[in-house]
Design a protein around this ligand. Sequence first.
Ligand code: PGA
Length: 252
Amino acid sequence: MTKTSKKLIAGNWKMNGSQQHVAAFFQRLSQHTLPNTEIVVCPPSIYLPQAAQSLKALPQVKLGAQDVSAHLPGAYTGEIAASMLLEHDCRYVLVGHSERREYHQETDAQIADKFFAAKAAGLIPVLCVGETHAQRLAEQTNAVVVSQLSDILSRQGATAFDGALLAYEPVWAIGTGLTATPEQAEAVHLLLRETIDGYDSTVAERLSILYGGSVKAANAAALFKMPNIDGALVGGASLQAEEFLAICESNK
Ligand code: PGA
């Protein structure tokens, strides 16, 4: 993933939406002159075929999935392989979202497996990292986010992040209305970039690092002014087309 001056805004719908919502959302996007931003929408996987159909008229908007199996197709009930996501025009996939870490006990090793499975199939993985409130209070933020990179770095080095994205999502800011201040977020983004830079400066320079956690139109512009914040991963506010578009337009 080559970093450009363009911000990348990804909407994570989580387990929300309906066929009607998919139709109305993309209809609204198609009526709008889209800003000079990379736009990614991650609906629940069952809506990817419908979304892919709607996006034929909106080539600027790309599709992402919220999770992927670490395995190749086979006897893994309930899972979806990276190759299947690609068949439905999916380009991106979130891995290691804190809700997967918390509710499905995903470990860094399993997340690394998913990351590599996505990359091997030709998807762009978006690795999500972030500390809990207790970890921030205990001043463990830096140690936590760096440790969440370490399985991937130890297995394939920094080149693993060529063709990938990072998303810093403090767990305490997700769905709570509490956003990290631009300065708090920038400090972690800089640390993430410096960590990768310790392995490979070219990869570090090119890497896009998104911020996530209660991003909305009212706070996006201040976050986007920070030098190491290359875009946003937006949950709740990505469900409303108008609000999502306003976030996408905040990079001015
Ligand atoms: P939020 O979610 O914007 O609703 O806080 C962000 C995310 O979980 O990706």
